[in-house]
Design a protein around this ligand. Structure first.
Ligand SMILES: *Cc1c(COP(=O)(O)O)cnc(C)c1O
Length: 415
């Protein structure tokens, strides 16, 4: 299948190119010192990760430790309430640790082991990436330094506790606003000093080459499984697929299985409280081209051209840019990127919980909300949604801000 001048039969061979570009997006914009470290990782990735031994070991880990393949569930009651469109979810909430992030963390940590590294380094904002990586480090017996702003450490106490219980070293970052951006800078600075013994593990399809490619490839297991499972279940492919987009890792992996099919693909960004800068994190919709954190993509900027403040009810989606591959897939028109705000997200959260017995992560609820909206518009057909994670981590926040959903009117929402 072709889109513009992009041939999707050979897409994974050609994108990214050898310098890490998806069209004009991506690349590796970092100091010469770190550049060498990135070259080492890239070379290791191509030699080690394509080897039979590595592939077989990762396969075994996915099956025996992560509990893969995760199933697809048909949302029968929810679909019937809306009309004739059949909704399905790919259950990454059932992946070990409760979200898709472990898929690339296990891959990155296994690569670290094969490269003979002793330590893995990363930053975390809401703590989800930190917990997934600390899990991988414990599994492989690697040291693990997680850089985290002091503001986030206070806000995310349960995740900080999880990381420590798993044996990770949480390094507090106190300078500047002491949140994610400062944690990224501190983690990169530490890595520049320690790259001989350590490897940096990014949390999404972001950062300098080879990370956007590597994380996508490790996450592609979600798309490969989903395509086969859906076909086995229904005898055909879905008419449309939907995933939420923060940095874009769950979406990139899920989409990769369907890019060469005649399936409509939707990536959903958080509109938060509305379209005013500072009220959302919809970078692909409202952003402009720019370089941050080592790569060229579409980003939200303030008046000084710096990464703008962002907001979403889902802390895993509030990043001021998205992976370069998403900027590219938007530009050539293969994937449609759209937005869903906080209100619809919370309604979808309660609808899925009450009608299907699945409490979704607030991040994933964005995709569910968009799937419901599509189902109302389409009238017939099928929609497969990537349920990137479970909502256990969001219970306190939901109860405090929305209660237990007693006053939520399902009929009104689904009509
Ligand atoms: C972190 C997270 C996301 C957002 O990250 P992507 O890289 O955009 O996938 C989405 N869902 C869940 C459950 C998460 O934990």
């Amino acid at each position: 299948m072709n889109f513009g001048n992009v041939d999707f039969n050979t897409y994974f061979k050609n994108y990214p190119d050898e310098n890490g570009f998806f069209g004009k997006y991506g690349g590796c914009y970092i100091s010469p010192e770190l550049s060498n470290a990135m070259k080492e990782i890239t070379e290791a990735y191509f030699s080690i990760c394509q080897s039979r031994k590595f592939i077989n070991e990762l396969r075994r880990i996915r099956k025996e430790f992560q509990g893969r393949p995760t199933p697809i569930s048909h949302l029968e009651r929810l679909s019937n309430r809306i009309g004739n469109v059949q909704l399905y979810v790919k259950r990454e909430d059932l992946n070990h640790t409760g979200a898709h992030k472990l898929n690339h963390c296990m891959g990155e940590a296994l690569l670290a082991k094969y490269m003979g590294k002793k330590k893995i380094i990363a930053e975390t904002g809401a703590g989800q990436h930190g917990v997934a990586l600390a899990t991988a480090a414990a599994y492989f017996g690697l040291e693990c330094d997680i850089y985290m702003g002091s503001v986030d450490i206070k806000k995310q106490a349960p995740n900080v506790a999880r990381m420590k219980i798993l044996g990770a070293n949480v390094v507090e970052v106190t300078h500047g606003l002491a949140t994610l951006k400062e944690a990224v800078d501190a983690a990169f600075a530490a890595y520049a000093n320690e790259y001989k013994d350590a490897i940096y593990c990014i949390g999404s399809v972001l950062g300098p080459h080879p990370f956007p490619m590597m994380v996508r490839d490790f996450q592609s297991v979600v798309g490969i499984e989903a395509r086969e499972q859906f076909n086995d279940m229904t005898g055909h492919l879905p008419d449309a697929i939907v995933a939420c987009v923060g940095g874009g890792s769950n979406a990139a992996g899920f989409f990769s299985g369907f890019l060469n099919d005649s399936v409509d693909i939707y990536g959903i960004e958080p509109l938060g409280r509305g379209p005013k800068l500072g009220d959302h994190a919809a970078s692909l919709k409202y952003g402009t081209e720019g370089i941050m954190h080592g790569f060229n993509s579409i980003m939200l900027k303030d008046e000084n051209g710096e990464p703008a403040p962002v907001y979403s009810v889902a802390s895993g989606l509030d990043y001021p840019s998205s992976g370069p591959e998403h900027a590219f897939l938007q530009e050539i028109g293969r994937v449609k990127y759209d937005v869903i705000g906080d209100d619809d997200t919370i309604k979808a959260f309660f609808a899925l919980s009450r009608l299907e017995g699945i409490i979704p992560a607030i991040e994933s609820s964005h995709a569910v909300a968009y799937g419901i909206k599509l189902a109302k518009e389409m009238g017939k057909g099928s929609v497969l949604i990537n349920l990137s994670g479970r909502g256990d981590k969001d219970m306190d926040y939901i109860l405090e801000n929305y209660g237990n959903g007693e006053n939520f009117n399902l009929d009104q929402y689904l009509k």
